[in-house]
Design a binder for this molecule. Structure first.
Ligand code: ADP
Ligand code: TYD
Length: 209
């Protein structure tokens, strides 16, 4: 594996998409080919998932985790846009959410071990070089979301964000022997957070940039 695969995780409003953009700029400035992506994807399964999450398509909630796995397998293996081939051919891939999001969100309702087992094919195909968890207080995350959106999504409550954060921490504990997870305090000015992320990622880049 010549390339690298870094994943940003965190509850809504933790700053993932902001930090992904800042990190991509720095990787590119170091002269390293870099691709940014996110989940759910814009592919057919990702579109279906967004409809399910918005309540436009009804299904048993136990089906959501396998749908995320299917979207993820497509993300990894797609003939033209597959991440696996990109990483193998030397690209640095930066992704907003990967399987720890499934562990954190779906295991609020179902056993965490079940969601981890569903994602085993993905983990066997491509494990992140490192998963960077932006840790923010749920109250602050909610404030940021409220300030920047015209309408809140139904599931975005402080209690829900707090439970999801707890599930992330539980998943990290369960997977600590097989995964590299780096916790980054996200309750700070965005350039300070970006510096910490760069310090963590820099030593893991192909050229040791
Ligand atoms: P996520 O992708 O995790 O939901 P975003 O990057 O979209 O988070 O950030 C949510 C909102 O909070 C955005 O409007 C963003 O501009 C703002 N934001 C992100 N990071 C910070 C920060 N460190 N301090 C203050 N506001 C921030
Ligand atoms: P999100 O990144 O928040 O998308 P958007 O920026 O469009 O709001 O992801 C959508 C939702 O999907 C979010 O609530 C988290 C959830 N999710 C899961 O439940 N499991 C997963 O595996 C992933 C990737 C996301």
């Amino acid at each position: 594996m010549n390339g690298r695969f870094f994943v940003l995780e965190g509850i809504d409003g933790s700053g993932k998409s902001t930090q992904l953009r800042l990190l991509a700029q720095r990787v590119q400035a170091a002269g390293i080919p870099c691709l940014t992506t996110c989940e759910p994807t814009g592919g057919p399964m990702g579109k279906l998932l967004r409809q399910v999450l918005a309540g436009q398509v009804e299904c048993d909630s136990r089906v959501i985790a396998p749908l995320f796995t299917a979207d993820r397998l497509d993300h990894l293996l797609h003939r033209e846009h597959g991440l696996l081939r990109a990483v193998e051919s030397g690209t640095v891939v930066l992704c907003d959410r990967y399987y720890f999001s499934s562990y954190a969100y779906q295991s609020v309702d179902f056993p965490l071990e079940w969601v981890v087992a569903l994602n085993l094919p993905c983990a066997q195909l491509l494990r992140p070089t490192a998963t960077l968890f932006l840790d923010v207080d749920p109250e602050l995350a909610l404030e940021r979301i409220a300030q920047n959106r015209t309408c809140m999504e139904l599931f975005e409550t402080k209690e829900r964000l707090a439970r999801t954060r707890e599930q992330y921490l539980r998943a990290f504990e369960l997977q600590k022997d097989t995964e590299t997870v780096i916790l980054i305090p996200g309750d700070r000015e965005m350039n300070a957070v970006a510096e910490d992320i760069w310090a963590a990622v820099g030593t893991l880049l192909p050229s040791g940039a």
